[in-house]
Ligand binder design. Structure first.
Ligand code: FAD
Ligand code: PHB
Length: 394
C-alpha cells in the first residue's frame, strides 16, 4: 500500500491532520490500533481554545461544536473559603474558550472523514515500527488480521499518543526527553447531573485539589486529587460526592447535585517533552511528542497547535514544493509546547495539595491572593488559559 502522508493514530491529532490535508487534495491513510467504537468512546478533554475551534471549522468538523458547545468567558478559582472569577475577554482582548468534549470532537471528525468523505482509516491495525524515515520513502510496518503489512509514504505523522511506537522508532541518541511524574493523580467522574455553576471551578483545598467541569447543561465532569496508587474500586459514588463537597466553598458545595456515574477513572499526572519533533520524514505531533498534567486543559489544544504547524508545512511542500516550513516545524511547535508545559506545571503546583508542608500551603494561598487581586496576575492566568497565539507560519 502507498499513500502521500501515512498517519499513525486516529485520536484528535491524526484525524484533524487527515481532514486538513484532504481539503487540499493530499492523500492520507490512518492506521489505528484500536476499534472505531473504542476510540469514539474515550472520555477525556473538555476545554477548547479558540485556535483549535478555528482549525476544527477549517477541517469541516465545527458545525455541531458551534451549535452545541458552550462559550465560557471565565473560570472561578476557589481558595481559603473564597471564590474568585477570572474574566477572560477583559484580560485578553475579547478571547473566550469553548466547552465541547473530546469525545464529541472525535465523533465529528470521524463522521466528516470516514462517513462523508470516505477517507481511509484502518482500525485494529497497530503500527509496529517506522522504517527508513531518513529516506524519501519512509515505511510503516503494521499488523492487520494477524498479517504483517507495509504502508509506503512520502511522510509519516506519528500521532499515536504517549504510548505509541513512532517515538520509540527513533534511535536513543537522536532524541532527548524531559519528564516529571507528579506524586498524585486525578479521580474523575462523569454524571448526567446539572453543573454546580455556569463556569468551571478550580479549587485549592487543604484536603486536595478539586475541579468542577461539564460537558453540557445536563452533564457534569468532576475531578478530585487522589493518591497516586488509589483505585477506582475504593470509591463509591457517594464517597466521591462527599469528598468533592468537602473541598468546595459552601456556596458551591450546596449546589452539587449527586448522581450515578456514567464513568469513573483515575488519571496520573505527567509532564513530558521529546525534542526534536522531526526526524527526517517522520514527524511527531500531539501526545506522541509531549504531555502535560490536565490542570491547565492544554493537552488536546497542544495536539491541535502541532497539527496547525504540520498541516501548513505539508501543504506548502505539496502545493509550492517548499521544504522550509517542514524544516521549521519542530522549533515552532516546541516553542508553544514549552510555554504550555510551563503553565500546566505552574498551575498544577498552585492548586494541588503538595506534601502537607504548612509553609508551601501558605505560599500557595498568598500567590492566589496576589494573582486574583492584581490586574497583571489575572492577565497572566487569563492569557495562558485561553491559549497563547499560534505563530505566523507561512
Ligand atoms: P491520543 O488521543 O492519545 O490518540 C492517539 C491514538 O493513537 C489513539 O487512538 C491510540 O489508540 C492510537 N495508537 C497508539 N499506538 C498506536 C499504534 N502502535 N498503532 C496505531 N495506533 C496507535 N486536554 C485539553 O486540551 N483540555 C482538557 O480539558 C483535557 N482534559 C483531559 C482530561 C483527562 C482525564 C485526560 C486523560 C486528558 C485530558 N486532556 C486535556 C489531554 C488530551 O486528552 C490529550 O492531550 C489528547 O487526547 C491528545 O490527542 P492525540 O491525538 O495526540 O493522542
Ligand atoms: C474536563 O472537563 O475534562 C477538564 C476541564 C478542565 C481541565 C481538565 C479537564 O483543566
Amino acid at each position: 500500500m502507498r499513500t502521500q502522508v501515512g498517519i499513525i493514530g486516529s485520536g484528535p491529532a491524526g484525524l484533524l491532520l487527515a481532514r486538513l490535508l484532504h481539503h487540499q487534495g493530499i492523500d492520507t491513510v490512518i492506521l489505528e490500533s484500536r476499534s472505531r467504537e473504542y476510540v469514539a468512546g474515550r472520555i477525556r478533554a473538555g476545554v477548547i481554545e479558540q485556535g483549535m475551534a478555528d482549525l476544527l471549522r477549517e477541517a469541516g468538523a465545527g458545525e455541531r461544536m458551534d451549535r452545541e458547545g458552550l462559550i465560557h468567558a471565565g473560570i472561578n478559582i476557589a481558595f481559603d473559603e473564597r471564590l474568585e472569577r477570572i474574566d477572560f475577554p477583559r484580560h485578553t482582548n475579547g478571547k473566550v474558550v469553548m466547552i465541547y468534549g473530546q469525545t464529541e470532537i472525535t465523533h465529528d471528525l470521524m463522521k466528516a472523514h470516514i462517513d462523508e468523505a470516505a477517507c481511509i482509516v484502518h482500525y485494529e491495525s497497530p503500527a509496529m515500527r517506522v522504517e527508513g524515515f531518513d529516506t524519501e520513502t519512509p515505511r510503516i510496518v503494521y499488523e492487520q488480521h494477524g498479517e504483517q503489512k507495509e504502508l509506503v509514504c512520502d511522510f509519516v505523522a506519528g500521532c499515536d499518543g504517549f504510548h505509541g511506537i513512532a517515538r520509540k522508532s527513533i534511535p536513543a541518541d537522536k532524541i532527548k526527553t524531559f519528564q516529571r511524574t507528579y506524586p498524585f493523580g486525578w479521580l474523575g467522574i462523569l454524571s448526567d447531573v446539572p453543573p454546580v455553576r455556569e463556569e468551571l471551578i478550580y479549587a485549592n483545598h487543604e484536603r486536595g485539589f478539586a475541579l468542577c467541569s461539564m460537558r453540557s447543561h445536563t452533564r457534569s465532569r468532576y475531578y478530585i486529587q487522589c493518591e497516586i496508587d488509589d483505585k477506582v474500586e475504593n470509591w463509591s459514588d457517594d464517597a466521591f460526592w462527599d469528598e468533592l463537597r468537602r473541598r468546595l466553598p459552601p456556596e458551591a458545595a450546596e449546589n452539587v447535585t449527586p448522581g450515578p456515574r456514567l464513568e469513573m477513572g483515575i488519571t496520573p499526572l505527567h509532564s513530558f517533552v521529546a525534542e526534536p519533533l522531526r526526524f527526517g520524514r517522520l514527524f511527531l505531533a500531539g501526545d506522541a511528542g509531549h504531555i502535560v498534567p490536565p490542570t491547565g486543559a492544554k493537552g488536546l489544544n497542544l495536539a491541535a497547535s502541532d497539527i496547525y504547524y504540520l498541516s501548513r508545512a505539508l501543504i506548502a511542500f505539496y502545493k509550492e514544493h517548499r521544504t522550509d516550513l517542514l524544516d521549521r516545524y519542530s522549533d515552532a511547535a516546541l516553542r508553544r509546547v514549552w510555554k504550555a508545559v510551563r503553565f500546566s506545571w505552574w498551575y498544577t503546583s498552585l492548586l494541588h495539595r503538595l506534601d502537607g508542608d504548612p509553609l508551601s500551603r501558605r505560599l500557595q494561598i498568598s500567590e492566589m491572593d496576589y494573582l486574583t487581586g492584581s490586574e497583571a496576575g489575572r492577565t497572566v492566568l487569563a492569557e495562558n488559559y485561553v491559549g497563547l497565539p499560534y505563530e505566523k507560519f507561512e
